[in-house]
Design a protein around this ligand. Structure first.
Ligand code: ADP
Ligand code: MG
Length: 694
């Protein structure tokens, strides 16, 4: 018996070969296939008789095959199938390339439907490569709104339609997680209807409303999760750290600069949270270079001075090391022990202790501040009295992974009984308001929307990659003046990491051998061992490298004040926020800095997009623009978040988010554990599992 959990390879028409291809689309079970939704529809619902066929318009005709033959063009070795389709009103020619098997299906005398756009050749109308199917078949590929799916090698939309239609015919039992009264209230279709209509809609309205239902469902689950985490977090106890004005004032006075008002305000909000006996749960939302580290340092300082331990987590080892160095300096005048703990470093603390030794020191409380990667709290690290966790996030974080992290944190094993640490997350790039609303509803938010003064504007230019010679000359001049350069290689899809590394390696070779053979070049990419990465970064920092060629791994937070040029190849492949991140890697000292966005695209759309970067230095504005142009899926990195595209597409839909939030609040208020909503509880649990998977 086939049910939703049946592995796809057990279906009679699929088998191992297709199962393997489908896996690339994350389709493993019948459920996955049934929930593999189209991303658009071809509208072939308009039917015409042959004599009335309009030009260049998606339509359907129905007629008899009155002639068909397949030939092979010798020159180009292409199969050419030519058919004549005839109805009461006339005839039309149809051609297909490289689909010789068509003549097996469309035999002379058969009735067929043809869907597509007719074009003309010497004033004669014909169809080229249209969709087709026998008229006796239920309209699937022609004659209706036809779904177009995300595809992969060997798996076409045509094939998917066929498979999905079979599944729909089985009338499998689908349990609706959304309460029917809620659906009714919101005018959304029941699950079974929505699944049917999202694949094979009767009309566009019904397709849209079905999409809306799924978007709502996902957003609703996100909000439920968020609210649950928030309310459970609220029930927890934390140590209250009294505000020590003297301490903070002295620290601020010791800094070589004045805090921005935004830094002061955020810091004040954080201090206030720390003073409560409930755990803080705050997001520090700020642009690159807005000075988040100092704000985190002030929170850490207060916590440590009160006698408690602090953990700071960074997304990469390189960054953890950088935080370690910066914070060690900032706290040099205090009597705190700061340690770096990651999986791969041999040197773990300021006094070169071994790992077991360090773990002992952390557990005994001798170490006050531990800096490391996320692995830090998942390992068997025990604390004496951990009271604050700071997470410096990557640009692309999983949506509810933070919530998950919090659950982990609340189970941290330490000596303060029944208390959980205060929690501060920092964004690496600003998050637009709508997104913050959608995903961080469980957090209080502090915003650093003000950049430290005296920073020079980074001169940003879009460069046609044909004109690279001039840029290289410029780079040479900068290096002569003692400066350093970043060269970033284009982003390649996640599945093609190797291509990306190859590109970086080749560019490194090309530049070292052909362009800058007299200079010192370094290469950085994700496949280097972390020790090697570390060495390259260290050499760059120590000015032993003039030009660092890198893949996007360099993206987050690396601080090289002496670097003045950020050259990005094929810049159009990156999102604006990411480019802004790269740009933020230069201009970190007094030198005038530059960002060159190379592109070989002549598209005016691309140029307009990149121009947003030339025109603005405001990360919040750029992020809004990025979101608007590429959609939140790209902005957030859908794959990592586990949120389906369809929900992602709707994240800019503030109304949807608000409704989802309100309804989630209603349910949680009357039924906090979802005892009266077992289906919903189950869906939420599945959803949570899905988004934890990294
Ligand atoms: P980010 O928010 O990107 O993490 P950082 O905390 O790394 O930014 O700060 C970027 C740089 O700006 C650091 O070198 C830091 O010392 C410096 N900085 C932070 N706050 C100020 C300020 N108020 N005035 C001047 N420089 C500052
Ligand atoms: Mg930072």
């Amino acid at each position: 018996m086939t049910d939703l959990n049946t592995p796809i390879k057990n279906l009679p028409r699929i088998g191992e070969k297709y199962a393997k291809a489908l896996k690339k689309l994350d389709i493993l079970t019948v459920r996955d296939l049934l929930f593999h939704f189209p991303f658009r529809y071809d509208d072939y619902s308009q039917k015409f008789s042959i004599k009335d066929i309009p030009l260049e318009q998606d339509i359907t005709i129905e007629g008899k095959v009155t002639d068909i033959k397949t030939t092979r063009t010798w020159k180009r070795k292409i199969f050419l199938t030519e058919a004549i389709i005839t109805d009461d009103s006339g005839s039309i020619k149809v051609i297909w390339f490289n689909q010789p098997y068509i003549s097996d299906t469309l035999k002379i005398g058969k009735s067929v439907r043809i869907s597509g756009k007719a074009t003309t050749d010497k004033n004669k109308l014909f169809f080229s490569n249209p969709a087709y199917e026998l008229a006796s078949r239920v309209p699937t590929n022609t004659g209706r709104l036809v779904p177009v799916y995300p595809e992969t090698g060997g798996v076409t939309s045509r094939w998917l339609r066929w498979q999905i239609q079979m599944l729909l015919k089985l009338n499998l039992k689908l349990t609706d997680s959304l309460p029917s009264d809620l659906l009714e209230k919101l005018n959304l279709p029941l699950l079974e209807k929505a699944v049917q209509q999202i694949h094979f809609p009767n009309d566009l309205d019904r397709a849209v409303i079905s999409q809306k239902r799924f978007a709502f469902e996902e957003m609703f689950l996100i909000q439920l999760k968020t609210l649950q985490v928030k309310s459970s977090w609220k029930k927890e106890k934390a140590v209250d750290i009294e505000f020590d004005e003297e301490l903070v004032k002295n620290f601020i006075d010791s800094l070589p600069f004045k805090l921005t008002n935004a830094q002061k305000k955020s810091s004040f909000q954080i201090s206030k949270d720390l003073g409560e006996n409930r755990p803080m749960n705050r997001l520090l939302n700020g642009d690159v270079g807005s000075g988040k580290t100092i704000v985190a340092a002030m929170a850490s300082l207060q916590t440590m001075e009160a006698g408690y331990q602090v953990v700071i987590m960074a997304p990469t080892e390189v960054l953890a090391r950088q935080h370690f160095e910066n914070l060690s300096k900032l706290f040099a005048g205090y009597n705190f022990n700061v340690a770096l703990l990651t999986n791969s470093y041999k040197i773990l603390a300021s006094d070169n202790t071994t790992r077991p030794n360090l773990l002992k020191k952390i557990q005994s409380g001798e170490i006050n501040l531990v800096i490391g990667t996320h692995a830090l709290i998942q390992k068997d690290v025990r604390f004496k009295n951990l009271a604050l966790i700071v997470v410096d996030e990557q640009h692309r974080f999983g949506v509810a992974q933070r919530a998950y992290l919090q659950q982990e944190i609340s189970t941290i094993n330490d000596g303060i009984k029944d208390k959980v640490p205060h929690f501060l997350t920092m964004t690496a790039t600003p998050i637009p308001r709508t997104l913050a609303l959608a995903f961080f509803g469980n957090l209080d938010i502090s915003i650093l929307d003000e950049m430290p003064a005296k920073r020079k504007k980074i001169i940003t230019e879009i460069v046609n990659s044909k004109k690279r010679g001039l840029t290289y000359e410029f780079i040479r001049k900068e290096i002569k003046n003692g400066r350093q350069i970043f060269v970033i290689l284009p982003l390649v899809e996640e599945s093609k990491v190797l291509t990306e590394i190859k590109a970086a390696t080749e560019e490194h070779k090309r530049l070292s051998e052909k362009i800058f053979s007299d200079l010192r070049l370094g290469l950085l990419h994700g496949r280097l061992k972390s020790g090697e990465k570390e060495n390259v970064m260290k050499d760059f920092k120590d000015k032993k490298i003039d030009i660092l060629v890198s893949t996007a791994v360099v993206e987050v937070g690396i601080d090289i004040p002496n670097a003045t040029v950020m050259l990005i190849e094929d810049a159009d492949r990156f999102g604006l926020s990411q480019l802004h991140q790269f740009r933020g890697r230069v201009g970190r000292a007094e030198h005038q800095s530059y960002c060159f966005l190379f592109t070989s695209s002549d598209s005016s759309k691309t140029k307009a997009r990149l121009k947003a970067l030339v025109e603005s230095e405001n990360g919040f504005k750029i992020a809004e623009k990025d979101l608007e142009l590429r959609g939140p899926g790209e902005f957030f990195g859908t794959r990592q978040s586990g949120i389906p595209d369809i929900a992602m597409e709707n994240i800019t839909n503030v109304k949807l988010i608000q409704v989802a939030r309100e309804e989630a609040q209603n349910i949680i208020k009357s039924d906090p554990e979802l005892k009266k909503h077992p289906q919903l509880a189950e869906a939420l649990q599945k959803f949570s599992q899905k988004i934890h998977l990294e």
